[in-house]
Design a protein around this ligand. Structure first.
Ligand SMILES: Nc1ncnc2c1ncn2[C@@H]1O[C@H](COP(=O)(O)OP(=O)(O)OP(=O)(O)O)[C@@H](O)[C@H]1O
Length: 335
């Protein structure tokens, strides 16, 4: 952690930025979260992934103390949200999905309002407002009314408001929804900068390349449960399918190989762990049919394909214990 950064909230260096144990939340008959355990170390970026309705927003709003869990424990930098909510909240910045800016106020007034809520006054407040405005390109907008800003500009103000009191843990719920390429790049760059300064960031998005770009630790939430967790490379290695794809100018031939071969129109896909080592053997197996080959390429797995594979056909919290669940990864084995 850099010297200019206080240990967040005075917490001991080894204290997790977030510790969640056995968290449950239902809305009437809908189970939104079911026995969620999650620990996030200080200074890391965690990418929270999940389909619509997986429970991401519910998890963030419970962690931020906006809703009460039905059961379970939440600690922010060692402060219990149940027993010491005021101090836990002070360590936390939330930028929810819904924009929380005040349209009649200027950008500066919006930021000052949030700084004051966090107890910052005078010079200290002005300095922090400048510090968050610069990386999010708000300097030229400071005296404009929030109501007159574009959607992407409003999103940047909204993000800055979550950061103005320099929280130790920042929760960003889809911070790049609806923004342009430049704003997206700015927000991502600032998230990386925050983590480099020792801030912990929990970042939810449906745009998985962002998670790859942030080199975030991935947490996949599925139907209210943590399905798996790991670095992007680790998850892709553990769950991704590499393949050799053969494109033919006419009808693809039958191929006899020791690996699974699937046909997709004019192409064949051979699923293998290390494609580069077996292309020679695949070409040999083609024999004379190689004359009809128009392209051969190695297809590498992406986080998108891994995410879709992991979340396909897995049961929800109401399905009871799944005896096929892999204890190490949390994934469900089929067949
Ligand atoms: N206030 C509410 N009342 C009733 N049900 C709710 C409420 N908020 C969320 N839910 C339900 O709880 C589940 C989890 O919703 P949540 O908003 O946490 O998911 P999410 O992962 O954030 O989804 P999205 O990606 O669409 O934002 C869903 O089934 C949703 O319909």
């Amino acid at each position: 952690m850099p010297a200019d950064r206080r240990p967040a909230g005075g917490a001991a260096p080894g204290t997790p930025a977030l510790s969640v144990r056995g968290l449950r939340k239902s809305y009437g008959d809908t189970t939104a979260l079911d026995r969620v355990d999650l620990e996030i170390a200080q200074g890391t970026i965690v990418g929270l992934l999940g389909h619509n309705g997986a429970g991401k927003t519910t998890l963030m709003s419970l962690v931020a103390g906006l809703r009460r869990p039905d059961a379970g424990e939440i600690e922010v930098l060692g402060r219990s949200m149940a027993r010491d909510a005021r101090r836990a909240r002070r360590e936390l910045g939330l930028a929810p999905q819904e924009l929380g800016i005040y349209p009649p106020l200027t950008v500066r007034q919006n930021l000052r309002f949030f700084a004051e809520l966090a107890g910052l006054r005078g010079r200290a407040a002005r300095q922090r407002i400048e510090e968050v405005a610069e990386p999010l390109a708000l300097n030229a907008l400071m005296d404009r009314r929030a109501a007159h800003l574009s959607g992407g500009e409003q999103r940047r103000v909204h993000t800055a408001m979550a950061l103005v009191h320099r929280p130790g843990l920042v929760l960003l719920d889809e911070p790049t929804a609806g923004v342009d390429v430049e704003t997206r790049a700015r927000i991502l760059a600032h998230v990386r900068e925050l983590a480099a300064q020792g801030t912990t960031v929990c970042y939810s998005t449906h745009y998985l390349p962002e998670i790859e770009e942030l080199a975030a630790d991935v947490v996949v939430l599925h139907r209210g449960r943590v399905l798996t967790r790991g670095g992007v490379d680790e998850l892709v290695r553990r769950h991704g399918d590499s393949a050799v794809e053969l494109v033919f100018s006419g009808e693809p031939p039958a191929l006899d190989l020791p690996w699974p071969v699937t046909r997709h129109g004019d192409r064949l896909r051979v699923r293998v762990e290390q494609p580069q080592l077996v292309t020679g053997r695949i070409l040999a197996a083609l024999g004379d049919a190689a004359a009809g080959l128009s392209a051969l390429r190695v297809v590498k797995p992406t986080l998108d394909s891994v995410f879709l594979r992991l979340t396909a056909g897995t049961p929800g919290p109401d399905a009871g214990e799944d005896r096929n669940r892999d204890e190490r990864t949390g994934a469900v084995r089929h067949g």
